[in-house]
Design a protein around this ligand. Structure first.
Ligand code: HEC
Length: 195
């Protein structure tokens, strides 16, 4: 009797270990994500950009925790919205916030009027970017991500100073839409390096 009692926990642990190993293997085999095949250097650039996204997200959360909603909006605008590479380049070459805002406004109008065809931005398939390697669904998820970042920036800029509980809620909701876009794409796609 006594022996059985002491044996059981060990068995349970062994079983759990065996199951989790089996589970791990099954997980790798039944990976439902769509593989996107990229040349090695493109894959490296893509993953580096992904790590930057995580760093930017971290900066946004830190800015919100410091009640600096404007700073959080700025990170999203410069690094996550449509055309983010262009805004960053402008900032690096000394353009003012107003100049960048004006360029963003023009770009937005072009997009909305349809004169900026899908295919112009890096994520949308422009020449040297990784967009041209991506399937349409992937690009659509990328677009949803940029859209969510845009909405986050709008919500964060609209917050009063100091932010009210309502502002916090609106901004957290918008941040949740951004992270849901990260998660949605990660659930759907994986990268494979071309041989
Ligand atoms: C449109 C698709 C898409 C969006 C949006 C997206 N990712 Fe990714 N991300 C991927 C894919 C695909 C991978 C590679 C996953 C794999 O191969 O297992 C990846 C990988 C990563 C990695 C791992 C990088 C490495 O070096 O291995 C990080 C970190 C990451 N993403 C962060 C983010 C964050 C944070 C966001 C949102 C702010 C985000 N991603 C949004 C598609 C996306």
């Amino acid at each position: 009797m006594r022996q059985q009692v002491t044996k059981r926990p060990f068995r349970a642990i062994l079983l759990a270990a065996v199951l989790s190993m089996a589970g791990f293997q099954a997980g790798a085999e039944d990976d439902q994500r769509t593989a996107v095949t990229l040349p090695g250097d493109v894959a490296a650039d893509f993953l580096a950009e992904m790590r930057t996204h995580l760093a930017n997200l971290d900066d946004m959360v830190a800015a919100l925790a410091a009640d600096d909603f404007k700073a959080a909006a700025r990170v999203a605008e410069m690094h996550m919205t449509f055309g983010h590479r262009r805004w960053k380049r402008m900032a690096e070459s000394g353009a003012s916030d107003q100049e960048i805002a004006a360029a963003k406004q023009r770009f937005k109008q072009m997009r909305e009027s349809g004169s900026a065809r899908p295919g112009r931005g890096m994520g949308m398939g422009m020449g040297r970017g990784f967009g041209r390697f991506m399937p349409d669904d992937f690009r659509a998820m990328g677009a949803a991500f940029h859209e969510a970042a845009e909405s986050f920036a709008t919500a964060a800029k609209a917050a009063s100073s100091p932010p009210s509980p309502k502002d916090y809620k609106a901004v957290l909701d918008a941040l949740g839409t951004v992270t849901a876009a990260c998660r949605g794409c990660h659930d759907a796609f994986r990268i494979e390096v071309a041989k």
